[in-house]
Design a protein around this ligand. Structure first.
Ligand code: M6R
Length: 607
């Protein structure tokens, strides 16, 4: 939520900042701004709305010259998305500018204290307290002022700081919000995410909580919270610039849907060698696994739904009870977690605040944590005992697609790995399932290819309210399908376990009510079919999602979309793809802003 970027070098900062903000726009997009140091003063430009407006206002940056600057794209928390509330914020004396990602929890007390000292506030934001604190504590030593300010802040923050007293110098501070330093030649950078940096450098340093960095054109120095210099390793980013661009597709979401065969292959390939699942990234001994009495999968949104799907595979193959918990609930429910609990924490961004809090809660109670994460070096990756990266590459669209399918695949790999270590799976079944996993990329591709009629069906089924139903693995797919529909097309979509309809919800089914029935779990097909018949008897219009060749479904549903036959336990990774496309085409038909849906942001770093 919110993206920040900073640049110092020998060329103008504004074009670099604008380009960086465009890459970060998925993190928040209700207002944006930059601050650039030039001729002894800080020039601030900000607009409510998108980065395009900021480009226009600054004449693509030409209107804001200067070789050091900071920028921000906002997802409003404190105060409406207005020009005044947009970052950067300026101190009363004009010597400091600050950009901030996160939330300052004690801002009301700080605001009152600063107003009592005589500082005048121009915005409703929590962030403005930071810039006044800097002015308050500055006595010629910027680093000392930054440290004193940080020590007063409670909550989460990634800060970028510019000061007229130190030309060419930027400060960056991190506490519980992502912040990465880019190390260039004769110029240096910071950003919330590597996607903003890869166009300039692939050499990065990951700041840890409590650390601050001083950047000049020629140097990057990192300090701990006590002000002592720390040596940070420089890591090499593998993501390319092209990977973070649309590459000819109308939207990132469509590009990312189409990238799924390759992304799933990237998640699988390094971990299947000689027909066996190998987890080079971590090694859990059979004894450690035997000590596990239950597995908790915790996550938010689609990552939670990935857990709901994978639970069936893990329980079936490992015979260990699996509890899937929303991270935002788990943290407050006094969870029954101890050293015999294995916690799988699933997150594309690795920065979701609720998921991080749930992870910490479980660790504090003695659980071992495996992070299943896409973004390398993210907070969840750092806090986990072991990390399994999903290798999806950068995911820019707010609605996750390849992030979700790669999470599923990694969870399936884990299920097979653990089942084999525990000796709970026969060789023949194991070999068959490994082969099934290896075929997932091509089956996802087939699911894309065979559904050319989806744009037409999207028009036919678009309605103010839709139902998604299914049983078992199909229910998990229905959950994700309905979420995709809601978030990008703004249509109300309700996901229901098909067998539950008759316990109340069927009262809502009337003439022409669209029902999307997921029927890919062939063992339960007859049961779901009865539910289809029940809703049809009440006038519903049914679009079924089934395995190719299923003639019974064709005879009962109004329309059918197919996927190739796939092992039931792994079928969600294929079945979800036509539903992603259905949501995409529905949103396109409605003219929605598909990559940046209203009220949302990619990385949810607030509670
Ligand atoms: O980065 P994470 O996987 O932790 O994000 C969790 C959810 O916020 C995320 O999956 C969200 O539900 C997506 N926008 C859904 O498409």
């Amino acid at each position: 939520m919110c993206g920040i970027v900073g640049f110092t070098g020998a060329r103008d900062a504004a074009p670099v900042l604008l380009q960086g903000l465009e890459r970060l726009e998925y993190r928040g997009y209700d207002s944006a701004g930059i601050a650039v140091f030039h001729d002894g003063a800080i020039q601030v430009e900000k607009v409510s709305g998108r980065i395009a407006g900021l480009r226009e206002k600054t004449d693509n940056g030409a209107g804001a010259p200067g070789a050091a600057g900071i920028g921000h794209t906002r997802w409003a928390t404190h105060g409406a998305p207005t020009d005044q509330n947009a970052h950067p914020h300026l101190s009363n004396d004009g010597r400091f500018a600050v950009v901030h990602n996160g939330i300052i929890e004690n801002y009301l007390a700080l605001r009152q204290e600063l107003m009592d000292y005589g500082y005048v506030f121009h915005s409703e934001t929590d962030t403005e307290t930071i810039v006044h604190l800097l002015e308050h504590y500055y006595n010629g030593d910027l680093k000392a002022a930054v440290m004193k300010t940080a020590a007063r802040l409670e909550g989460s923050y990634a800060l970028g700081i510019l000061c007229t007293e130190t030309p060419g110098v930027l400060y960056a501070v991190r506490e519980a919000s992502p912040l990465i330093l880019g190390v260039g030649v004769g110029e240096n950078y910071f950003a919330s995410d590597v996607t903003a940096l890869v166009a300039h450098t692939k050499n990065v340093m990951y700041l840890d909580d409590g650390e601050l960095a001083r950047l000049t054109a020629d140097s990057v120095t990192v300090y701990n919270c006590a002000g002592q210099e720390v040596q940070k390793p420089v890591s090499r980013v593998t993501w390319s610039v092209e990977a973070a661009e649309k590459g000819g597709y109308a939207h990132f979401m469509l590009k990312e849907i189409m990238e799924q065969p390759a992304a799933v292959k990237a998640a699988l390939a390094p971990r299947i060698q000689g027909g066996r699942v190998q987890m080079d990234d971590f090694d859990l001994e059979a004894k450690e696994l035997r000590d596990v009495r239950k597995i908790i999968i915790t996550a938010c949104g689609s990552a939670y739904y990935a857990g709901c799907s994978a639970r069936y595979a893990i329980e079936k193959l490992c015979r260990i009870p699996v509890q899937v918990e929303l991270a935002s609930e788990l943290r407050y429910c006094d969870p029954m977690v101890d050293e015999h609990t294995l916690v799988l924490v699933v997150s594309q961004s690795g920065e979701t605040a609720d998921t991080i809090a749930a992870l910490k809660e479980c660790r504090n109670r003695g659980a071992k944590v495996i992070g299943i994460v896409n973004v390398v070096g993210s907070t969840i990756a750092k806090l986990s005992d072991h990390v399994l990266y999903t290798f999806a590459g950068p995911e820019i669209a707010v609605a996750t697609t390849k992030g979700y399918t790669t999470q599923l695949v990694v969870l399936y790999l884990f299920a097979l790995y653990a089942a084999s270590k525990l000796g709970r799976i026969g060789m023949e079944r194991y070999d068959a399932l490994v082969k099934e996993l290896q075929q997932l990329p091509q089956k996802i591709q087939q699911a894309i290819d065979m559904n050319w009629q989806l744009p037409r069906l999207a028009g036919r089924y678009a309605s103010p309210s839709l139902f998604f139903i299914g049983r078992n693995t199909d229910y998990a797919v229905a959950l994700e399908g309905a979420l995709k529909m809601k978030e990008i097309s703004y249509l109300h979509a309700e996901s229901y376990a098909a067998g539950e309809l008759k316990h109340g919800t069927i009262a809502l089914i009337g003439e022409n009510q669209p029902v999307i029935a997921v029927c890919c779990n062939e063992a339960l097909m007859d049961k779901t079919l009865s539910n289809i018949v029940e809703v049809k008897a009440r006038g519903a219009k049914v679009l079924a999602l089934a395995v190719k060749g299923n003639k019974t479904i064709v005879s009962q549903a109004d329309d059918v979309i197919f996927i190739p036959r796939v092992e039931t336990l792994f079928s969600p990774a294929v079945a979800v793809v036509p539903l992603q496309l259905l949501a995409y085409y529905t949103a396109r038909e409605k003219g929605c802003d598909i990559d940046k849906p209203r009220n949302l942001a990619k990385s949810v770093t607030v509670e």
